[in-house]
Design a protein around this ligand. Structure first.
Ligand SMILES: [Fe+2]
Ligand SMILES: [Fe+2]
Length: 336
């Protein structure tokens, strides 16, 4: 993956620094006046810092991953991001472990219909170019699908760990490359004549799309957020089957063949099962062991739901104005 184009002073300096061997450096800090969830420079800088823990970048020294200057910058970016999330997402109160399943279900039900109907639009009305845009946005996460939640595995034990491994095993195709969800998504991209290589579209996506992935990495890379990470995954699974059925139908309406639709069709079935495993055993087992952390589980779920709503508002808002929801190709984006 190539380093992305800068979008402001932080990413300009960061990209410049990463082109050289690891060294100590000082960087401009995020602007406290800029809303963190919509700050292109902040979200892209955070994305770059996190990506060093995944597949890294072409021609960037792997030694940057644990460089103390870079970790210092990441901490400052994360502080702003966490403040932005806290401002956008009310923190649900903790509940007794036995009530967590019901509280999660109520949270998801309350969010249902809260926000523009992006899935229904894609099913019935989107044109091929709009569907391609949607897939470009989603590619930032789906091409590394499941990886951020895998960070939780060594942080868990017992029933919760077994349940998470069961879900993740499915996400990774149970050891079969052709069934790996990220590979299925690559087929969807090829079916829409999109470049399916990892990170190919990062320069095109706005801050809110990057924020969706960054929230998972934030929760995944900090043990203190392990409850939120599980809640985030559970919310994903609980809100997946119905939209994926709509995406599949929309893609079929636009001429997508079964190979292109398989990613969505697979999730209709798999996530109905994952939802139960995530609620009963993963979150239920975690809550039984950590009764004080049920509020964190609910907060992670609430963050997933809120970011998805903000994403839908962005995409539908742009489309209603007759404009693209992506950044222009090949142009650096200034956020301030
Ligand atoms: Fe999946
Ligand atoms: Fe799933």
């Amino acid at each position: 993956m190539q380093l992305p184009l800068p979008r402001g002073p932080i990413t300009a300096r960061l990209v410049d620094a990463l082109a050289a061997p690891p060294h100590a450096f000082g960087l401009p800090l995020p602007d406290p006046a800029c809303p963190a969830l919509r700050d292109d420079d902040l979200q892209l800088a955070l994305f770059v810092c996190y990506e060093l823990h995944y597949r890294g970048f072409d021609e960037v020294d792997d030694g940057w991953e644990w460089n103390t200057s870079l970790l210092g910058l990441r901490e400052a970016l994360e502080r702003r991001f966490e403040e932005g999330l806290a401002g956008a997402v009310p923190r649900p109160p903790a509940v007794p472990p036995g009530r967590l399943r019901r509280a999660m279900t109520e949270l998801v039900a309350a969010a249902d219909g809260d926000g523009p109907p992006l899935a229904a639009f894609l099913q019935h009305r989107a044109d091929r170019e709009q569907f391609r845009e949607f897939v470009v946005h989603r590619s930032v996460y789906h091409l590394k699908e499941a990886d951020p939640h895998t960070w939780a595995i060594p942080r868990l034990h017992g029933r919760a760990k077994a349940a998470l491994v069961e879900i993740q095993s499915d996400e990774y195709g149970c050891g079969r490359l052709e069934r790996m969800h990220a590979e299925l998504f690559r087929a969807t991209m090829r079916g829409l004549d999109l470049d399916d290589s990892y990170g190919a579209h990062v320069d095109r996506v706005p801050a809110i799309t990057l924020a969706i992935g960054n929230a998972m990495s934030l929760f995944g890379l900090h043990r203190r957020h392990r409850g939120a990470l599980l809640g985030h995954l559970a919310a994903f699974e609980m809100t997946s089957s119905t939209p994926n059925l709509k995406y599949s139908r929309g893609l079929r309406r636009l001429g997508g063949d079964s190979a292109a639709r398989r990613f969505y069709d697979e999730h209709v079935q798999a996530d109905a099962v994952h939802e139960q495993i995530a609620l009963n055993d993963m979150c239920g087992g975690f809550a039984a062991d950590h009764p004080a952390l049920t509020g964190d589980v609910l907060y992670g779920a609430a963050c997933a739901l809120a970011l998805d709503r903000l994403f839908a508002e962005h995409v539908m808002g742009c489309w209603q104005r007759g404009s693209t929801s992506l950044h222009p190709a090949g142009l650096a984006v200034g956020s301030r």
